[in-house]
Write a protein that binds this ligand. Structure first.
Ligand SMILES: [Zn+2]
Ligand SMILES: [Zn+2]
Length: 345
């Protein structure tokens, strides 16, 4: 089968690999129909993710058809259409029993990280019963690819951790796919204002279409002042950090209102400055989290009922044998306008 393989920092290739088979009784193999590329895959290619070693097939998102199940799999059968979660969960360990699937002792984020992932014609899914979701008949499978990772990530790490409330002011720093996923799902709670902040005017324009009430270009370094001006000097009740850089986290520290929450979503590669000398008296909470994907079934219902349309995030489509082009397009979003790219097998 064709598979996209990480070959070490800065190196990647489309290779021929053997079709995976079930190993444990609770495994299933899935024939991939559609997958996508995540910002995290770009981090891996740069060499930022040491747990992912050269030779690994990347990808932790996708939809497909169950090809084969181990004898311990009871919820899925050959031919079932399934949504693959970016998080694998045994459902039995201490963390799983607390709903913290991201820290499953034999799962978590392993797909396309410590085991081979979904950017291939087939993938092996451990703990299949509790790591796959059935796709309802008639569902738009392309839209559901957005449910493997980015929608639950934006929602759980940004909106839920940020405790977005009716009438609140939300600032989202970073209008990439994750920031836009937070923007879409924040609207479940009817905040009064959602202020989107980015360096790229095109992405801010997209954010307006997705429901942002205000947009701020942070190029001039004055984004915090602008947010304060838009909020009668108060700042944002919820500041969602969806970039993962010291400067963008600092911006959240600068624009959060007293009593507010900084909800970090970004993947940080270096330390950031925490200005406790300013924040200690402001009743600020800071939250961090890996996505658990516990909200995936709920989000699936909201997509089915057209409360949200994650398909809006899809800008480009490629065949699997053109995945190197897909990486080029996705990796240069500022010039290509790419948000999420769909890879079809
Ligand atoms: Zn991801
Ligand atoms: Zn577990």
């Amino acid at each position: 089968m064709k598979a996209f393989v990480y070959k070490g920092p800065g190196k990647k290739a489309l290779e021929d690999r053997p079709v995976p088979d079930v190993k444990a009784p609770t495994d299933a193999t899935v024939k991939i129909i559609k997958t996508t590329i995540c910002g995290t895959d770009l981090h891996i290619l740069k060499g930022d993710v040491p747990t992912c070693t050269p030779g690994r097939i990347l990808g932790h998102e996708g939809v497909g058809i169950v090809e084969k199940t181990g004898p311990g799999v009871t919820a899925f059968h050959q031919g079932d259409h399934v949504l693959i979660s970016c998080i694998s969960a045994c459902g039995k360990c201490e963390y799983c029993r607390r709903g913290m699937y991201s820290h499953c002792t034999t799962g978590g984020w392993i797909l396309g990280n410590t085991i081979d992932g979904t950017q291939a014609e087939y993938v092996r899914i451990p703990h299949a019963d509790t790591s796959l979701y059935p796709i309802p008949p008639g569902a738009d499978e392309e839209a559901l690819v957005m449910l493997s990772d980015i929608l639950p990530t934006g929602f759980e790490c940004g909106v839920l951790n940020g405790r977005v409330e009716p009438g609140a002011t939300v600032a989202i720093v970073g209008a990439g796919p994750i920031g836009l996923a937070a923007l879409l799902t924040a609207q479940f709670y009817s905040p009064a204002e959602i202020i989107m902040i980015d360096l790229d005017d095109n992405r801010l324009e997209v954010a307006r279409r997705f429901g942002a009430t205000q947009t701020v270009n942070s190029k001039d370094g004055k984004a915090a002042e602008k947010v304060k001006a838009l909020t009668a000097g108060r700042g944002a009740d919820t500041a969602i950090e969806a970039v993962g850089l010291p400067a963008t986290f600092l911006l959240c520290e600068d624009l959060v209102a007293p009593g507010g929450i900084i909800a970090n979503v970004g993947v940080h590669g270096t330390k950031v400055d925490l200005h406790l000398e300013r924040l200690w008296s402001e009743n600020i909470a800071i939250t961090t989290r890996l996505v658990d994907t516990v909200t995936t079934p709920m989000l699936l219902k909201t997509v089915q009922s057209k409360k949200i349309d994650p398909k809006l995030l899809i800008t480009h489509r490629f065949k699997l044998d053109k995945i190197l082009d897909a990486y080029e397009t996705f990796g240069h979003g500022a010039s290509t306008g790419a948000l999420k790219v769909i890879i079809e097998t």
